[in-house]
Design a binder for this molecule. Structure first.
Ligand code: BGC
Length: 268
């Protein structure tokens, strides 16, 4: 990773004076539809320095309940620095703007503010796919690629992150494009749809290939990286992918979201 500077708050031995220190270890959190996962990440190397800790996503997944879960994860690690959080929605200036796969009560909530208040730690929230993409650009196959790189995450929904010369165009929502059959892409070819409709990998792969063919036609990227749960299973559907643009599984697999969220917080 290039040189950049990051600061976290750490308790000094004198509990009255919190002092600012260089922090290269930041707690990254990935909020998902079924689980909220976190680990402390070395943002210089992209490595997890702790095990992942996962707590079921509270139901209903209200912003307050989510924030309290994040606090539990920070407490679990006895961690008091900055928190980076990936969230499955459009995030503008720390405010949640959409909620396709999470409780609607999250819309218009200032997540940076609420999560910081409830956790008692400065928290920066970013779209989950953008977070995963940032990790792949910093530490994965997207590193130093000149031109357009598209990262697609396949999970409960379909997330996207678009980069040009390593620079992110935030909050793209390419999981919501309409396919030829009139269906919204994430309602046709997400991992959740594969499970719900009990599709074989071959059948699902054919659907996903239609989606990638369309994205490839629209954006003409140099490289496409696939993240999210399904990226671990790429060998099961690789044969169905027929586009000429290179398609690679995320190097950081399912941990990209946690790592990227931490990296994003380190840049704040
Ligand atoms: C949301 C995106 C999110 C993606 C993956 C979609 O339904 O609209 O913001 O990145 O799911 O979680």
């Amino acid at each position: 990773m290039q040189n950049f500077y990051f600061y976290g708050l750490e308790n000094s031995s004198d509990s009255n004076s919190k002092k600012q220190v260089m922090a290269k270890e930041i707690l990254g959190i990935d909020v998902g539809g079924s689980g909220i996962k976190g680990a402390i990440v070395n943002v210089e190397t992209g490595e997890l320095v702790t095990e992942r800790h996962r707590i079921e996503t509270p139901q209903p997944a209200t912003p307050r309940a989510i924030a309290e879960t994040i606090k539990k994860i920070a407490d679990h690690f006895n961690y008091n620095g900055k928190i980076g959080c990936g969230f499955p929605a459009v995030i503008k200036n720390g405010v949640i703007k959409t909620a396709s796969n999470i409780d609607k009560s999250n819309i218009d909530v200032d997540a940076d503010k609420l999560f910081s208040e409830i956790t008692g730690r400065e928290t920066s929230v970013v779209n989950d796919a953008d977070a995963a993409g940032m990790a792949e650009i910093a530490f994965g196959d997207g590193k130093d690629v000149k031109g357009v790189v598209l990262v697609i995450t396949i999970g409960t929904g379909i997330g996207s992150a678009l980069f040009t010369d390593s620079k992110l165009v935030p909050n793209t929502e390419f999981g919501h494009i309409y396919m030829e059959n009139g269906k919204v892409a994430e309602k046709y070819t997400s991992d959740a749809v594969r499970k719900k409709e009990d599709l074989s990998w071959k059948k699902w792969g054919k659907r996903f290939n239609k989606y990638l063919t369309y994205m490839d036609f629209l954006l003409n990227p140099k490289l496409i990286i696939l993240g999210g749960g399904a990226s671990k299973k790429m060998e099961k559907f690789n044969e169905q992918i027929k586009i000429s643009t290179p398609v690679k599984p995320a190097k950081l697999l399912n941990e990209a979201g946690i790592i990227g969220a931490a990296v994003n917080a380190s840049l704040k």
